[in-house]
Ligand binder design. Structure first.
Ligand code: DCT
Ligand code: MG
Length: 431
């Protein structure tokens, strides 16, 4: 056995210099097999994680366990599996044996058991049986409705509601978001492509330019990290002159609504104020900007639409969701229209989840960093700031608890520098 030891680790954790290859050496043993032994720093924000994942079978299994934990309201377990998956995503080569993993951080007993099962048997028995379980299937279907979270889904399941058909006939009064979610269920459970995101960006840019010349629109979320598909489209809007952005959201939303672009929208007002003497950090760093959660009506040219859906039959929702294996009883006839020629065809538009956020320029660097993700990368940045640097990071500000003051930044690079971290570009924040 040749043990090719690729040590990736920080020169100094507190100095924050991230991943380096320190050395490579071979340990000669009996036969000719060569395997790499990995070492990575423990915070995801110290690592570079591109979209080129060499261990998808392992990370898919761990991510499913994470998802199931989150859907079951077990966030602690969810984070543990997310961290384990993120470590596997950052490895430069496919893992073939357990010996390669000794010394890696964030791999708990449970995650290691799952990895071993996948390496030895090609799949994890636990994950496979979870995927087939009634509980998981029902949680997936119900939380697939926009506006339905884990707690609501669990309550409905306890009442015996497992399908959309049962939900519709349950007599439950759904709120406005959930009604829209049910109505556009199929569309919203179909991934959004980069091309669709760009088409929406064009519309948003035109609207923003017409209501506030000079304002800037930035595509954030997964698409800024280079993803080709996403579950929604996230935008951040600002203006180079502080204060000019006030009132912008309502104008943008009114204009979009008047043009028939919005199938649903809910705007929340900005409630964040930086105070001079205390951190005043919001309990959740996501909810203090002026923010509009919307469902966009995106026109689709028919040939493109047809090509995109390929030869898939349109009779059930599960066909369009590919291999999820989930059964729903969505009446997808609502997704068909009669063409003038009398032929059945897809409707000429689709519903897409779009998030709009407005930030003042003074907070823009923090906002763009906070909204670029991934979710785990953000969580790890905040954990690093708190535990290693005694600082509080949000998508509005960075507060130094020891110096008792806010640290200003006008770029993401400056924030990484304040945190003593090497700058990680968006395309390598796919933890
Ligand atoms: N975010 C976060 N914490 C949350 C929710 C979101 O830090 N609880 C940040 C990270 C990503 C960004 O907001 C946008 O969120 P999503 O759209 O949910 O994530 P995404 O990476 O864009 O994923 P997708 O490509 O599926 O839209
Ligand atoms: Mg997104």
């Amino acid at each position: 056995l040749h043990l090719l030891d690729i040590s990736w680790f920080t020169e100094s954790m507190s100095a924050g210099h991230p991943v380096q290859i320190l050395d490579r050496h071979k340990v000669q043993q009996a036969d000719e097999v060569e395997v790499a032994v990995f070492s990575v720093p423990s915070y995801a924000c110290q690592r570079r994680t591109s979209l080129d994942n060499r261990n998808t079978v392992l990370t898919d299994a761990l991510s499913l366990l994470a998802e199931n934990a989150e859907l079951s309201d077990q966030d602690g377990r969810g984070v543990a599996f997310r961290r384990a998956a993120a470590v596997m995503k950052s490895l430069p080569e496919p893992v073939t044996s357990m010996t390669q993993l000794r010394g890696l951080p964030c791999l708990g007993e449970h995650s290691l058991r799952v990895i071993r099962d996948v390496l030895e048997n090609g799949a994890s028995r636990e994950v496979e049986s979870m995927k087939q379980s009634k509980q998981y299937k029902a949680l997936k279907v119900l939380t697939g409705v926009f506006g339905v979270g884990a707690k609501t889904a669990a309550r409905w399941i306890r009442e015996g509601i497992h399908t959309l058909h049962q939900l519709r006939n349950s007599g439950h009064t759904l709120n406005r978001a959930q009604q829209a979610g049910l109505e556009h269920y199929d569309d919203l459970n179909q991934q959004v492509s980069k091309a669709e995101a760009e088409a929406i960006q064009q519309i948003v840019e035109e609207v923003v330019a017409s209501v506030l010349p000079g304002a800037k629109v930035t595509l954030t979320g997964g698409f800024r990290r280079g993803k080709l598909m996403g579950h929604d489209v996230d935008f951040l809007i600002t203006h180079p002159e502080e204060g000019k952005e006030v009132g912008l959201m309502s104008k943008v939303v009114s204009w979009l609504e008047s043009q028939g672009f919005l199938l649903y929208q809910k705007t929340t007002r900005n409630s964040y104020l930086v105070s001079d003497d205390s951190p005043a950090l919001p309990p959740s760093n996501m909810d203090r900007f002026e923010r509009c959660l919307s469902i966009f009506k995106l026109a689709q040219d028919q040939p493109h639409r047809a090509k995109q859906l390929g030869a898939l039959p349109l009779d059930t929702a599960e066909h369009r969701r590919g291999d999820s294996g989930l059964q729903t009883d969505q009446d997808s006839c609502s997704q068909r229209i009669q063409t003038p020629g009398g032929q059945e065809d897809t409707k000429p538009w689709r519903a897409v989840r779009v998030d709009l956020v407005v930030s003042p320029i003074s907070q823009f660097a923090f906002a763009v960093l906070g909204w670029t993700g991934s979710k785990l990368f953000e969580r790890e940045l905040r954990r690093w700031a708190g535990q290693e640097k005694a600082m509080s990071l949000s998508s509005h500000a960075l507060y130094d608890n020891k110096k008792r003051k806010y640290l200003q930044a006008s770029s993401e690079e400056e924030i990484f520098a304040h945190l003593d971290l090497e700058f990680i570009p968006p395309s390598e924040r796919n933890a």
